[in-house]
Design a binder for this molecule. Structure first.
Ligand code: F0G
Length: 480
């Protein structure tokens, strides 16, 4: 027990976004038993947190930044705002959260014409933002297993690659009674992402089709069988992912009034969580004004963009059939969390005006060009991070970002997970369905300076001299 673990406890209830019915938070529930709609979790004792002013929370969270308590080192720095029913022993910390905000390289910023920063969520333990949500969902599972004395729990998820990597990681760390099963669309997950649940020892199952198909299968499993669903339909995941918003606010000195947050939208859990987090801070007076939120979608998987591009009053929700996308992790045509986005976006707009929530669409070409540009300027953006930058550029061109505003782009995963798309760019090897023509000036390849045989039969120095000569010739180096 560390002495700084909070004594405060709230009470969590699932709240249905369709019919408004509420259910106690001490069992696993993913959809409303009454109407089938998605749920969010609410602390029924949230009002008690309001008894302190915003300054109290700002100071507390600032102080906690130097904690030595494992339980409070990561996303649970914001314990009271996340899942304040958990005990210290339940909290699973694997180094998630508190990811760096990196201001754009000056040359890139100048090119884009808008000051911006990347928040590098690829610097989480499984190299994506999913760890934020998993830390919370798995800590809750530990709490639940302890209370229920379960001796075996199968955790399941469908995934475009990152959810499965994160779920398998946390399950393998905790061990019994948890066992991880992941369900992947065959051939639609990068080799690096696939290696992650394999390495963690999860049961990796594949089906033909796309993510949306796997998601449906997992929904059937969660409804009819004794399994714990770890997709963002699991509302405990959303709570953990709210930490992104808390960290952004804290990093910018609790003033987010001039920020435009760009978020790639796939299953729509992340944008849900980020909006929810900012709204909570606003309600508690931790931030005085809300930032603006920009969802970004590829033209190959853009149901949320299509919905919001229609004028209010004539909007109609329609899932889309996805086309191949380099933002493959967000290649989702029927996002499970769409009803949450709709509910939270309308609260956002009510609190901060019509322009506080928008969705922009980007082309596949723009996503790839932006990712390559970002990484050539010292960033580690994944394709979804490229999607955010492309979104910022389109928002700028459409006049949606004003002077004096500062953008924060969510680079949701590490560039390395998507290096295959970088290779396709450099080698001009995109299948036609992506519709991407690389800028050949940016192609980069390794150059073999000497043939394999050149090393044979020589001692180290002899070979080094030959190697150096080859480098000098290639670079045209001048002796000093
Ligand atoms: N970026 C990355 C790197 C992702 O892995 C995902 C989603 C998204 C963006 C979109 O976020 O779904 O919250 O809107 N990946 C999920 C998965 C679907 O299975 O790994 P979202």
């Amino acid at each position: 027990m560390s002495h700084d673990f909070p004594a405060y406890r709230g009470e969590m209830e699932y709240c249905c976004l369709g019919c408004g019915k509420r259910y106690p938070g001490d069992s696993l529930l993913y959809t409303c038993p009454e109407c089938g709609d998605v749920l969010l979790l609410e602390n029924t004792r949230f009002g008690e947190l309001k008894e302190h002013g915003g300054a109290y929370w700002r100071e507390l969270f600032d102080r906690r930044a130097s904690t030595r308590s494992n339980a409070l080192r990561g996303v649970f720095r914001y314990y009271e705002l996340l899942a304040p029913i958990l005990d210290e022993e339940d909290i699973c910390y694997l180094g998630e959260g508190i990811t760096p905000v990196i201001e754009a390289a000056p040359a890139l910023s100048a090119k884009v014409g808008v000051p911006f920063a990347y928040k590098n969520d690829g610097q989480n333990p499984s190299a994506s933002f999913k760890d934020r949500g998993m830390a919370c969902a798995f800590s809750y599972l530990k709490w639940l297993c302890r209370r229920q004395q379960w001796d075996e729990v199968l955790t399941v998820c469908a995934s475009t690659g990152d959810t499965s990597a994160a779920a398998a990681l946390y399950a393998s760390y905790i061990g019994a009674p948890l066992k991880s099963v992941v369900l992947l669309p065959h051939g639609k997950v990068t080799p690096q992402q696939l290696s992650q649940p394999l390495g963690s020892g999860a049961t990796v199952l594949e089906l033909p089709g796309v993510f949306d198909d796997c998601m449906k299968v997992v929904e059937i499993l969660a409804e009819k069988y004794r399994v714990a669903l770890l997709n963002s339909k699991n509302a405990w995941r959303i709570l953990g992912q709210e930490s992104f918003a808390y960290e952004v606010a804290q990093w910018y000195g609790w003033d987010v009034s001039k920020l435009c947050i760009f978020v790639p939208v796939g299953n729509a859990g992340n944008i849900t969580a980020i909006m929810s987090g900012f709204l909570k801070m606003h309600e508690l007076g931790i931030v005085e004004a809300l930032p603006r939120i920009f969802g970004v979608q590829s033209e190959h998987a853009d149901p949320v963009y299509r919905y919001y591009s229609a004028p209010e009053g004539s909007r109609e929700w329609k899932p889309v059939q996805v086309q191949p996308s380099v933002a493959q992790a967000a290649m989702i045509g029927n996002p499970v969390s769409f009803p949450r986005v709709r509910a939270l976006a309308s609260r956002f707009v009510k609190a901060a005006g019509e322009k506080a929530f928008q969705v922009v669409q980007v082309k596949e070409q723009q996503i790839m060009d932006a990712m390559i540009q970002a990484n050539r300027h010292g960033h580690i953006a994944c394709t979804q991070g490229g999607e955010c930058l492309a979104g910022l550029m389109n928002a700028r061109d459409l006049g949606l970002v004003g002077a004096g505003e500062h953008a924060v782009l969510d680079s949701t995963a590490h560039a390395l997970k998507f290096s295959g798309f970088q290779s396709m760019y450099f080698e001009n090897a995109f299948p036609p369905a992506y519709g991407i023509t690389p800028d050949t000036a940016l192609a980069n390849r390794p150059e073999l300076l000497l043939p394999e045989e050149a090393r044979q039969g020589k001692d180290v120095m002899e070979f080094a001299r030959e190697g150096a000569k080859a480098v000098v010739a290639r670079l045209g180096l001048v002796e000093k």
